[in-house]
Design a protein around this ligand. Structure first.
Ligand code: 13P
Length: 254
């Protein structure tokens, strides 16, 4: 069975001091544990070490994730972060292919695929994002669009432990807009993602891979998504920036 997962993407929010404070508050709010729910927080790069220290000192029941990585090990790549650098500060997850990176920083499926391979070679779990823009949704071709992303993003990957690869379906029109997909919308695409993963990696592996929904997920609506067969958790933006709302989502998943 798949453990549910609630992951917080802080995006470009929280200075070092604010990030440490949020991690402390969250550790406090979740001090009774998270049951079978895997919880991940993904702060900005400069906050990673501070949050990692809080996790160690407070034995916090959540893991550390980064928001991006580069696929080279070291060298002249100004502004980038290598996978061993993430590893060294205790990051065990990393978001890749977020629509904001695809849109604003021109990240392609080929880049996402290279990043996944690099992360997996360092035993860092990719949280690989996919999702369609509004015009594709309105044209009714969203399933084919996302299936194509999944095929490109996973090309040549070897998944020996399905718990170590995570997909996040985030319809772009629902991100930060307050406009959520319905639970049925999410299931339609997440089901198609799992079927595609089964074609590529076999049913047993596909059944072990967590597929998260993201896009205006909040304490009030998360349970509805989690009822769906192929939705195993949430990738949360805005509602992950406060310990009370994020911990409420974790509790709703328990
Ligand atoms: P919101 O939850 O703020 O809509 O953001 C979703 C998201 O992009 C998480 O990666």
């Amino acid at each position: 069975m798949r453990n549910r997962m609630i992951a917080g993407n802080w995006k470009m929010n929280k200075t070092y001091t604010e990030g440490v404070q949020l991690a402390q508050d969250l550790a406090e709010a979740l001090s009774d544990g998270t049951g079978n729910v895997d919880v991940v927080v993904c702060p900005p790069t400069v906050d990673l070490k501070g949050v990692s220290t809080v996790i160690d000192q407070q034995s916090a029941p959540f893991a550390l994730g980064a928001q991006n990585v580069y696929w080279e090990e070291s060298g002249a790549y100004t502004g980038e972060t290598a996978p061993n650098m993430l590893e060294a500060v205790g990051a065990t997850y990393c978001i890749i292919g977020h629509s904001e990176r695809r849109d604003y920083f021109h990240e392609t499926d080929e880049d996402v695929n290279k990043k996944a391979k690099t992360l997996m070679s360092h035993n860092i779990v990719p949280i690989s994002c996919c999702g369609e823009p509004l015009e594709i949704r309105e044209a009714g071709t969203h399933v084919a669009y996302v299936v194509d992303q999944i095929k490109k993003d996973t090309e040549g990957l070897e998944i020996s432990d399905p718990a170590k690869y995570v997909v996040a379906y985030e319809p772009i029109w629902a991100i930060g807009t307050g406009k959520t997909a319905t639970a049925d919308d999410a299931q339609e695409v997440c089901g198609a993602i799992r079927a595609t993963l089964a074609e590529i990696f076999g049913q047993e592996t596909a059944d072990g891979i967590r597929i998260l929904y993201g896009g205006s997920a909040k304490p009030e609506n998360v349970a509805g998504f989690l009822e769906k067969e192929d939705v195993d958790g949430a990738l949360v933006g805005g509602a992950s920036l406060k310990a009370d709302s994020f911990s409420a989502m974790v509790k709703a998943a328990m």
